[in-house]
Design a binder for this molecule. Sequence first.
Ligand SMILES: [Zn+2]
Length: 237
Amino acid sequence: MTEALFRDDSYLQTCQARVTGVNERGGILLDRSIFFATGGGQPGDTGMIERPDGSSIAIGATVFGESKEQIVHVPAAEGPLPDVGETIVATIDWHRRYRHMRMHTALHIICAAMRTKITGAQIGEEESRIDLNMQDPPDRDAVLAAIMEAVNADHPVTTEWITDAQLDANPDLIKSMSVSPPRGSGLVRLVRIGANFDLQPCGGTHVRTTSEIGQVTITKIEKKGRLNRRIRIRLDD
Ligand SMILES: [Zn+2]
């Protein structure tokens, strides 16, 4: 099991950790990590692991292992692997991750502003997309105005935890038709934007306040099936 430090503080860029194993495919397991593992449409982190002897291992991908309690750090290339028990320093590619956090939070805003369910999402460093369950094409200017109103409102983004039973009693909290809530431990993490602008189960990483998203551009609105509209966005900086 890996202690997922990014769940409580998504702004950690580096941490010390102990190597607890190396799996059969060369993936590195740590007792704690700031590396987000691919899930919910958000790519896993890339970065670096520095060994006590001064050498370093570039990490090209981060994924879940046998369960969602285990985070696997996949080296970008073949090479020497750390020893079990070794204390290393892990550092993420912060420029890339911070863009993922801004994009991810922007997608929450679009979903909340459009007041509809999500049928898919893919976050990227350069461009992200969200698929919404909508019959009529949304007006581009109206969508952008709604996004920027929420960005400029500087809403705080906070997390809270509820039990699986509480989520079962409030199924309307689930906004995604494609990604199931991060269950497993008996508790589900909710992400709240503003007092009540958006509230939904999510295991991803987000910015602390919506103003950090900055200016957004809608690059495309596409029809993807009779009941599906895809909105593509970019960050202006
Ligand atoms: Zn989220």
